[in-house]
Ligand binder design. Sequence first.
Ligand SMILES: [Zn+2]
Length: 263
Amino acid sequence: MKWLEIAPDVFVRRYAELDLSVGLVVGAESALVIDTRGDHQQGSELADAVRQVTALPWQVAITHGHFDHCFGTDAFLPAPVWAQERCPAYLAATADEQRGQWVAHYQREGHPEIAAALADSVPTTPDRLVPERADLDLGGRTVQLRHLGLGHTDHDLVIAVPDAGVVFAGDLVEQGAPPDFGDSHPEHWPSTVDALLALDPITVVPGHGGPVDHAFVRTQHAELTQLAVACREYRTGRASWDQAVRRSPFPADTTRDALRRVR
Ligand SMILES: [Zn+2]
């Protein structure tokens, strides 16, 4: 496991577990850690890894409240913890259910050690809340925390590093697997990715998978748009469930998750 420096003092660390990618942006005075992994042990591993890169004080930004992105935050405290303003309510409502579901998953899959660590993990409630935008001065460079609209969840936060042309997209963008629609707003997701592309990134870091370029995100945007159309047709009665599944560019299971979110 190594840090990949994708731009000067902008790092990505990618894990085999769930193919998760986390980020680190280092300024002259402080560092920003982007997502904290899925349990207290994984969070400690990441905190140690950050300390191998920088001794500066850190802040944490959480892209969204899914356990794999934020149940490791405890290892970074005390520190300011940034998130979109709806993230705390999402965590309060879902943390127990997420933990139960994924502890069972890891037990089933033969990973009792991850199950045990997750069972002992409590997500930190973010204390610096962003309705739409906050700019963080890390010393010599400013990062932007942006909520660009509904998408993978109702509280996705992207982290832009304009001087490096990098955007950390959380799970609004996924590489190597289809996006996850379990808590999504499929008909709004494309316009949110449009807003992300309007930030004009050279490199986009997905929450899962490796860093991608503008063209990859444009292609994913086109697929998300095709799915959004299928969802709208289903919602308005112009397509049956099965027709909508067939019109989607994503696998049937993925599309069914999206259709379940159609209101
Ligand atoms: Zn997620």
